[in-house]
Design a protein around this ligand. Sequence first.
Ligand code: MN
Ligand code: MN
Length: 291
Amino acid sequence: MKNVYRSLLLALLLGFGASCSVEEVEPSNPINGGTTSSDATATQDNHLAMGNPSAAGSSYSNYLVSKPQYVMSYNSYRGTPNWVSWHLSSAWVGSTPRQDDFRADTSLPSSFYRVQSSDYTGSGFDRGHNCPSADRTLTVADNSATFLMSNMIPQAGPNNQQTWANLENYCRTLINAGNELYVIMGSYGKGGTGLNGYKETLAAGKVTVPNRIWKVIVVLPNGSSDISRITTSTRVIAVNTPNTTSISSTWGSYRTTVDAIEAATGYDLLSNVPASVQSTIEARVDSGSTQ
Ligand code: MN
Ligand code: MN
């Protein structure tokens, strides 16, 4: 009997070893500067390493909220974030189950309306995560932080459950292949179409339904000194989708440039990247793999 358990344990250890070796695959796009090696360890890095896109601070329309799991610009007039920025690598991912504890963010100033989970009930829109639940599964605290209503937007179901879910899953395939990502997600405009039709606000005007939902993803092989490793050949994926039920599940068809998102929002994305590099990577539409 003891030998059976020993064999089982050995099999488990071997299996674990095999899955670890995925991390050791040579990155497909090694870049000079900083430290990148084929066996670089994934770490948890600064969520705002790429910059603060809207110079968020203490303004009620552009209020900086900094949490261990992500950083955001919160807009108290919209009842949603303007944008949320987070670092993603395999160092953020574990086996914590989805907590599903949607709740008001009581860390917001008491002068702000704190959006309640029930404010979305019956609206025809999902409580759409910015920083996804599945990107924060190392600890219960990490996963639970993604369910704060300050991390949500009213998102049309097919956008959230198909287009966006596919993009989020693709991001995690990139980290499983030995990359680390900087992800910035945001929304703007007013009015979207959910299961109960077109709406501009929820909760008697306290929550604005965004018209467009975008994401910018910077892809680097695992390593240190991340900002210094960004070059004109670094992969940057920019996506901008309509907040509507009539949407393709193929996120790749919504690819655009960072420049276009900057023009639409007035933000300066990736502002910590040297200007000469920004101008190249922000003008290019990604044409890489989408699955
Ligand atoms: Mn790093
Ligand atoms: Mn920029």
